[in-house]
Design a protein around this ligand. Structure first.
Ligand code: ZN
Ligand code: ZN
Length: 129
């Protein structure tokens, strides 16, 4: 384990580099694995090949526009388009399935209403609880 800021060797239980005072893991000048100098923001150490962690700014909506997501969530709520756009595919599929199932329920109830209104609705004795 080496300091990412100055390349000095570190103990595993060290929280701060004793040479440069930087928090362990901070900095991007040196490889934490072998301590050799690396290019700033390099993804991999060219000396030992270890993957170098990049500090990535969190993307709250996976890069999608907030207003667009709100509108899609409200207007096309049943389709989960906003979930798909934010990369939450499973959630979006679940949303579609749920809205499909609920729509079937709505349609069946409308059919019932029509039958009741036209006196053709028959109560199924097997389905009485
Ligand atoms: Zn250091
Ligand atoms: Zn290295």
């Amino acid at each position: 384990m080496n300091c990412r800021n100055c390349g000095a060797e570190l103990n595993a239980n060290q929280a701060v580099c004793l040479k440069c005072g930087v928090k362990v893991g901070d900095g991007n000048q040196f490889c934490p694995n072998c301590g050799s100098a690396v290019a700033e923001n390099a993804g991999v150490c060219l000396n030992c090949g270890v993957a170098l962690k990049q500090e990535e700014a969190p993307k709250p909506l996976n890069g999608q526009d907030k207003l667009v997501m709100i509108l899609l969530a409200l207007l096309l709520s049943g389709f989960g388009i906003h979930n798909f756009l934010m990369g939450e595919v499973k959630k979006g599929v679940f949303r579609i399935v749920m809205s499909f199932v609920c729509s079937i329920g709505n349609i069946l109830s409308i059919v019932d209403a029509i039958k009741i209104a036209t006196d053709t609705y028959v109560v199924d004795p097997d389905k009485l609880v």
